[in-house]
Design a protein around this ligand. Structure first.
Ligand code: ZN
Length: 513
């Protein structure tokens, strides 16, 4: 496969350095040895929101937590990012009020998180990297705080009882850091005259004090103030624009729960392009002026894709959808209701191959993520194939719809030949450290897992399973074991061996169908 082939397969965010190589063999250069102990049974245990024994600690005191939040107060024990997220509470809503200076690349303002305590809390943590914290209040009263690397440790004036809501407000300012978790800048990124957030997997904490793990989803309100001449796009629906002297405040509402990594704002001289509705969903893009005047062809088919996917997967989970096209991002990220798409990726990087649709397939991939990843969100990062395998399979379904059954067959066969050419990170257990979380094989072999399911149980049952998955776990979290169980429920078959072989066996099964 060539680099464009690799690029086209990598849709979520993600073009890692290896995938951009001209040398086919180097795609595998960072492959980690498959773990012999990885099995469905051991890797898909039920998610919990309590910390797990054995996670690393940062030396922070545990004195402030009670028995129901016992363990490390600095993280939820995610297999790959043990210090992301925090136990003891569940955020229900974030109010993000920031003034952005896109030239100086600074933010100043506050985040108010409304949360329910799930344990009696003397202290609790938020995740935050960099920036300067100016003050913290809890329910309006000043609270103590200290910084410990990526943790903001908050000491409220009184005990926060389990079961009761509280509001923690963090005022802060500064220039957000970039992280390079995936080999290119993530988090809050300044690129030319645009500033955007692409935070998957662990970059939300660079611009928001938050509970930065997919297991704690919350509604968001954004109130972003920018200098005149700039536009702000964010998740959800634009509620109002308030003009002030020399500035404008854009208010965006995202009422359905959202994982922190999917929160985005895009600031700059963007044009809002409205495409009307499809399947009852408002379609709007935020584009640079030249693209707004002549929109790229792949973006013009989103209405058709929306109608196609709602037929397969059930109702679209949100009120609106669209793209913000930004410079520099080497891929696209499925931010909830607003896919952030790299301009170069849209225009050249995802060139069409004989059996695929290039950028158009990636546009379909990102739209499918709104069901698979955004509405139904993995309980831990290890289960990211529930995002990427599903979105890859969905893009093949779009290819089948747009080009016919033979194009689907070629897409699947070509993908299989590519992934089977060498050892690769397994979709159910992509490496020991998380570095292979977004390996190409997680996408391709994850998609092939659903193709194998399709061949095994037939088209109608497969569509029933996908619809049921999207419905049962809508706006929540789920794990691989939940999907296997649901597939067995709807097919009436024992599918454990199929999923074990496709997700966890280093030797890839023969291509069915
Ligand atoms: Zn994806």
């Amino acid at each position: 496969m060539n680099r464009r082939r690799a690029a086209a397969l990598l849709a979520a965010v993600l073009l890692s350095g290896t995938a951009c190589s001209d040398d086919d063999s180097s795609i595998w250069a960072t492959t980690t040895a498959p773990s012999a102990t990885s099995t469905l049974a051991t890797t898909t245990s039920a998610p919990t929101t309590t910390t797990q024994a054995g996670t690393t600690t940062t030396g922070t005191t545990q004195a402030g937590t009670t028995s129901t939040a016992a363990g490390d107060p600095s993280g939820l024990g995610d297999p790959y990012f043990p210090e992301l997220g925090n136990p003891g509470y569940d955020v229900e809503h974030y109010l993000v009020e920031l003034a952005v200076d896109p030239v100086a690349n600074t933010v100043e303002g506050a985040v108010a998180a409304t949360a329910a305590a799930t344990a009696d809390l003397d202290t609790f943590h938020l995740d935050l990297l960099g920036l300067t914290v100016d003050s913290v209040t809890v329910d309006g009263a000043a609270a103590g705080f200290r910084r410990e690397e990526g943790e903001l440790v908050i000491d409220p004036a009184g005990l926060l009882p389990a079961g009761e809501d509280f509001v923690v407000t963090v005022a802060y300012h500064g220039t957000p850091l970039n992280l390079t978790t995936l080999g290119f800048p993530i988090g809050w990124v300044q690129a030319g005259d645009l500033t955007y957030v692409a935070a998957q997997p662990d970059g939300a904490r660079t611009w928001l004090p938050c509970n930065d793990h997919p297991a704690d989803k919350a509604a968001f309100t954004f109130r972003i103030t920018v200098p005149e001449g700039n536009v702000v796009a964010a998740n959800g629906s634009l509620a109002e624009v308030q003009d002030g002297p020399g500035v404008a405040t854009f208010v965006w509402e995202m009422p359905e729960p959202m994982a922190t990594y999917l929160a985005t704002v895009v600031v700059g001289p963007l044009t809002r392009v409205e495409w009307g509705t499809a399947a009852g969903v408002v379609l709007r893009d935020y584009l640079p002026a030249d693209l707004a005047a002549d929109p790229p062809a792949p973006l013009t088919r989103v209405g058709e894709m929306m109608e196609f996917f709602t037929g397969f997967f059930g109702p679209y989970p949100f009120a609106e959808y669209g793209h913000a096209v930004v410079p520099g991002l080497p891929g696209a990220l499925e931010d909830q209701t607003l896919c952030v798409f790299g301009r170069e990726a849209l225009e050249t990087l995802f060139d069409a191959q004989p059996w695929t649709l290039g950028a158009e397939a990636v546009v379909a991939h990102e739209l499918a993520h709104q069901w698979f990843g955004d509405s139904v969100t993995p309980s831990t990062w290890q289960d990211v194939w529930l995002n990427e395998g599903f979105a890859t399979f969905a893009q093949w379904l779009w290819v089948e719809h747009a080009r016919g059954a033979e194009a689907y067959r070629q897409e699947v066969a070509g993908s299989y030949a590519w992934v089977a050419a060498g050892p690769h990170p397994l979709p159910g257990d992509p490496g020991a450290t998380g570095e292979e979380l977004f390996a190409d094989s997680v996408y391709v072999r994850g998609g092939l897992t659903l193709h194998a399911l399709r061949v095994e149980v037939g088209d109608e049952t497969t569509w029933e399973i996908l619809r049921a998955w999207a419905e049962r776990y809508a706006y929540g979290n789920a794990a691989t074991a939940d999907f296997v169980s649901l597939a067995e429920e709807f097919s009436g078959r024992d599918l454990g061996a199929l999923f074990e072989a496709w997700l966890f066996d280093p030797s890839i099964p023969a291509l069915p169908g």
